[in-house]
Design a binder for this molecule. Structure first.
Ligand SMILES: Nc1ncnc2c1ncn2[C@@H]1O[C@H](COP(=O)(O)OP(=O)(O)OP(=O)(O)O)[C@@H](O)[C@H]1O
Length: 288
């Protein structure tokens, strides 16, 4: 399969934080979810991919091309969806689109019109007057209208209401009907990824903790719940993550480690979702 986005041994050093040895690869036709707690380094990674920050080490290829050497050609073909304002603050939305549209060879006006209507953005409002969710919608409309082959999205759903969020997820799934496209998507709302992601990269403290398919996660990990008295220290250490309360314990294990068979007493087993995976792998509460 052909890789649409490839990151190899990426390093970025800030004064108090380093991204270390980040590697992952997204093939055409798939959606990759990029998750991790606050401050894990997700936005930094995305800014490095977009060449908005200078990397210290490593290699980034988009469509098989070096992301700096071929930056102009690459940016013609990608859509960057985010809520910050790199736009023209004082212009109205329609004035801005008049400037942006001719910059893209593949701009499709009927796609633009369709989503403008669907997302109900106020054409006469100045960019600086748009809400966070409106800005997110706008950058999504721009990405879709120039028919980007790769969408790179930094927490695209965080400012959107549930209806539009659902709509966005459907748009992404529809986009994936075209096997030449790809989506790279950072988020805290892991339930969105439960619905649409094919691959998951979990980052913590600047390092990749997990890089696998969603299928692998759902098939090969299990949550075990049971009575505390059936749990000794040795068993405890076999868990990827575990929490205890006055009633019992609950933890995540790899199915193949067969811990469930070594535990005495009654246990309950459940399929984890991505929030469980993040919680137990990072050992933190993720409702942020
Ligand atoms: N320009 C910068 N200079 C110095 N440190 C920075 C800079 N940008 C980010 N950092 C630090 O890098 C670390 C990772 O930040 P980053 O924004 O990439 O995390 P994140 O995973 O996107 O977090 P969140 O989920 O909260 O958005 C943080 O400790 C942050 O303070």
């Amino acid at each position: 399969m052909e890789s649409i986005l490839e990151v190899r041994n990426l390093r970025k050093d800030f004064k108090d934080f380093s991204l270390k040895n980040i590697s992952f690869s997204l093939d055409k036709g798939f959606i990759m979810g990029f998750i991790g707690p606050n401050g894990a380094g997700k936005s930094t990674t995305i800014k490095l991919i977009m060449n908005l920050l200078r990397k210290n080490e490593g290699e980034i290829k988009i469509f098989g091309l070096d992301h700096i050497k071929y930056e102009r050609q690459i940016k013609e073909r990608i859509g960057f969806v985010y809520d910050q304002n790199y736009f023209y603050e004082e212009l109205t939305l329609s004035e801005m689109i008049k400037i942006i549209a001719p910059l893209y060879k593949n701009w499709n006006n009927s796609i633009y019109q369709r989503y403008m209507k669907e997302f109900q953005l106020p054409l006469k409002k100045k960019i600086k007057e748009l809400s966070k969710g409106m800005k997110m919608k706008l950058s999504l409309i721009i990405a879709l209208s120039h028919q980007a082959e790769l969408l790179i999205m930094d927490e695209p759903t965080s400012g959107l209401d549930p209806l539009i969020r659902r709509e966005l997820l459907q748009i992404l799934l529809d986009l994936m009907q075209d096997e030449n496209k790809g989506v790279f998507f950072s988020t805290h709302i892991t339930s969105d990824l439960d619905k649409i992601a094919d691959y998951i990269v979990l980052l913590e403290n600047g390092e990749v903790l997990l890089n696998t398919t969603k299928e692998d996660i759902l098939e090969n990990y299990v949550i075990i719940k049971g009575d505390k008295k059936n749990l000794n220290k040795k068993m405890q250490s076999a868990f990827i993550g575990i929490k205890e309360n006055s009633f019992g314990f609950e933890g995540l294990v790899k199915k193949k480690d067969n811990i469930q068979q070594r535990l005495e007493g009654n246990i309950v087993m459940e399929k984890p979702d991505l929030e469980d995976i993040m919680y137990y792998f990072t050992g933190r509460d993720l409702n942020v």
